[in-house]
Design a protein around this ligand. Structure first.
Ligand code: KIV
Ligand code: ZN
Length: 390
């Protein structure tokens, strides 16, 4: 058995592509809270936003860059000077900052959206990477709609942007059109055909329009890709992006198959999923893999009997490894301070001192008098609805 594993870089774009999900926009403070959880989970790269998109997004990228120290913080930028300057400005205080610049390379996007000839697109890509390299050594280039682009054109543009200094090359399946065998084979051919491909890490970024985002991402990994772009709960444009928790746990659970491993601390997965769900207001479906309420629940008598005899009869992962508490406490009016505080900590909320917690605990008691059970969403809203900071 091959025990030597390559590192798989986990690039989380919940705060950028996830936020592009209609109705999922987040405030600066909410982005910082999610980013703090992602850092704790040991995500390698956090894409915090699209700095030029709005003043709010600029400030959010800036705030995440100032807060997060152990993960690389990234901003998206179109392949134009002002976008790149804005991204660089927002990332100024990052310990480790990445500029992620992109341009579409498929015939349909170049003709109708960009209204540019392929040669002009190639030139623009090189200029963008050259400009971004003035600010950081860590430049990622994405070929938007890559999975529908002409192979020969992709080889030329990739070779050129690597020469200009891009060190991560992302080929997204922007519209979720890819099929696992075909998408994986595309990466294999690109890596073999581009002469300087060994100077870059290749990256996958899949959308879920046909429900294949995770399968396509994993196929890319099987074919030489060493960065996966994904989001918590699969949040993202239209049908969403590849989900981080599914990718990480697939690679970890099937170590016999995948030649890679991540440095993710999976015990933070469920709390982070809950935080993202409560902040965005997007519920997690009960049967969602890994983070759905039923993901580790056993209902049928035969299954329960099997589990009682040996857990692995019906469990391929351990619930506690991904952050489901063994003895999950139900919070209500009889709950004490310790249980409430512990649950807040699981949700990534910490308190400066006991006075700060006391204010919140009183609000909790008031609400518990009116409701049978207090859910994580209630705990979150006690914070958001606070008239003074808690
Ligand atoms: O889906 C996509 O192509 C993107 C790029 C901007 C990376 O989100
Ligand atoms: Zn995307």
């Amino acid at each position: 058995m091959n025990t030597k594993k390559d590192k798989l870089v986990i690039f989380d774009t919940t705060l950028r592509d996830g936020e592009q999900s209609p109705g999922a926009s987040m405030t600066k403070e909410e982005k910082v809270r999610i980013a703090t959880m992602l850092e704790r989970m040991k995500v390698d790269v956090i894409e915090a936003g699209f700095a030029i998109a709005s003043q709010g997004d600029f400030e959010a990228v800036q705030a995440v860059a100032e807060t997060v120290k152990d993960s690389t913080v990234c901003s998206l930028a179109r392949a134009v000077g002002p976008d790149i300057l804005r991204a660089a400005e927002a990332l100024k205080k990052a310990n480790s900052g990445r500029i992620h610049t992109f341009i579409a390379t498929s015939p349909i996007h170049m003709k109708y959206k960009l209204q540019m000839e392929p040669e002009a697109v190639l030139q623009r890509a090189v200029e963008a990477v050259t400009t971004a390299r003035r600010f950081t050594d860590d430049v990622e280039f994405s070929l938007e709609d890559g999975s529908r682009s002409e192979p020969e054109f992709m080889y030329r543009i990739i070779e050129a942007v690597i020469k200009a200094g891009a060190r991560t090359i992302n080929i997204p399946d922007t519209v979720g059109y890819g099929e696992p065998g075909e998408y994986g084979a595309m990466f294999r051919r690109v890596i073999e055909s581009v002469p300087n491909s060994d100077l870059a890490i290749f990256s996958t970024h899949c959308h879920n329009d046909l429900g294949l985002a995770v399968a396509n991402s994993l196929s890319a990994v099987m074919n030489g890709v060493r960065q996966v772009e994904c989001t918590i709960n699969g949040l993202g444009e239209r049908a969403g992006n590849a989900s981080l928790e599914e990718i990480v746990m697939a690679v970890r659970t099937r170590q016999d198959l995948y030649p890679v491993d991540t440095r993710i601390d999976a015990s933070h997965i469920v709390p982070t999923s809950r935080l993202v769900s409560s902040i965005t207001g997007f519920p997690v479906q009960p049967n969602k893999a890994i983070v759905g309420a039923n993901a580790f629940a056993h209902e049928s008598g035969i299954h329960q009997d099997g589990i009682l005899k040996h857990r692995e009869t019906y469990e391929i992962m351990r619930a506690e490894d991904v952050g489901w508490g063994n003895n999950r406490l139900v919070l209500g009016k009889h709950s004490g301070r310790a249980a409430v505080k512990a649950r807040y900590e699981e949700l990534g909320v910490t308190f400066a001192d006991s006075a700060e917690f006391n204010v919140l605990f009183q609000r909790f008691k008031d609400l518990a008098d009116k409701k049978h059970e207090i859910f994580d969403e209630d705990l979150q809203s006690l914070i958001s609805g606070a008239s003074e900071p808690v």
